[in-house]
Design a protein around this ligand. Sequence first.
Ligand SMILES: Cc1cc2nc3c(=O)[nH]c(=O)nc-3n(C[C@H](O)[C@H](O)[C@H](O)COP(=O)(O)OP(=O)(O)OC[C@H]3O[C@@H](n4cnc5c(N)ncnc54)[C@H](O)[C@@H]3O)c2cc1C
Length: 353
Amino acid sequence: MAGLHDWLSSRAEELDQSALLADAVLPALAGADLFRIGVPQSNGGAGGDVRDAVVAIAAVAQQSVTAAFVFWGQRTFIEYLLQGSNPALLERSLPSLMAGSLAGATGLSNAMKFLSGIEQLQIAATPEGTRWRLNGGLAWVTNLRKSGFLAAAAVAPTDGAPAAIIAFDGHASGVSRGDDLDLVALRGSNTASVQLAQVEVGAADVIANDATTWLPIVRPAFLGMQCGLSIGLARASLEQAASISAGSRNQLSPHIQALQQMLEARVATLLAGVHDGRFRSQAAALFRLRIELAELVQQALMLELQAMGGRAYLQKEQGGFARRWRESAFIPVVTPSLVQLQAALQQHESRAA
Ligand SMILES: Cc1cc2nc3c(=O)[nH]c(=O)nc-3n(C[C@H](O)[C@H](O)[C@H](O)COP(=O)(O)OP(=O)(O)OC[C@H]3O[C@@H](n4cnc5c(N)ncnc54)[C@H](O)[C@@H]3O)c2cc1C
């Protein structure tokens, strides 16, 4: 981990602003054995559970949200296989996913929006005997390594069967990865669109047969690990704000400490809920935590800016502030976005009333 820590701290700016190191991220994370965290030992993992993965993603996000989001994509894909209904697919892919020699990408934003009733599924599955032909595309997928990937997507069968979650191979005939998206931040994340034209899949590629029942089951892990991004970024910003403010005249230290305590209390609630399974039935509580953590990121960044004052505007003195500011713009928009969650909570409250 010390080697990874040094690698990330010296390359965080480059990972954010250029795609040159994009293909080095996965091997760097795998080199610290991060993808085994929270995977049962019986599957070749390090043991522990999703809480450990949340904590590990947060630790990486403290240094680089680009690397942490790649970590999230890979580890969330692994979680899909662990919680899916296809042991052969798990057995076939897990060793290389944990070793980082195979990239796992999660294209399930579309599915999560579909589950909330705000978007149609973007991939149609036409039955052909016992198999399907897939046509459609996903506008945003991270961890699409140019050398190859497995990606998870929800597909809508054209015969009216339930939507399913499948894994498709980047090398399969009919799969085309777009160019890297021209992002303002997180440029080293291998983020691109992907199109599918007559891509053949079968039972061996199905992760879950019924997306609508499976997605709420996997959502606590999906969202919990995603919250790791907010936790790490907020911690980094508050740490920086605290060290600048210690012994200074700015009088921000009590505010910084209060925010740090609030953050750690939210983290404890998140980890407990991810562990005891309550978020499967109480999605609203998880949605509120995701919103609160995103708001804490904004407040933390504001305190870092205020502690730093004008130096935050000086290229040579801003100490990573500008990158964190850009990285923080990702937090409210990644699915489920804050707008989407607030709308879902409003619906939940009006149903309860
Ligand atoms: C750097 C980057 C990497 C990404 N990587 C991935 C990835 O690996 N996998 C993946 O699946 N996705 C990924 N995404 C996509 C991301 O998760 C979001 O889905 C996407 O940014 C939001 O979609 P949109 O901009 O098309 O929002 P739109 O659908 O255009 O919506 C705009 C806003 O309105 C909200 N909204 C829309 N309709 C409603 C409604 N009916 N009710 C309430 N709110 C609504 C949306 O949630 C959003 O906040 C990535 C995005 C970025 C920027």
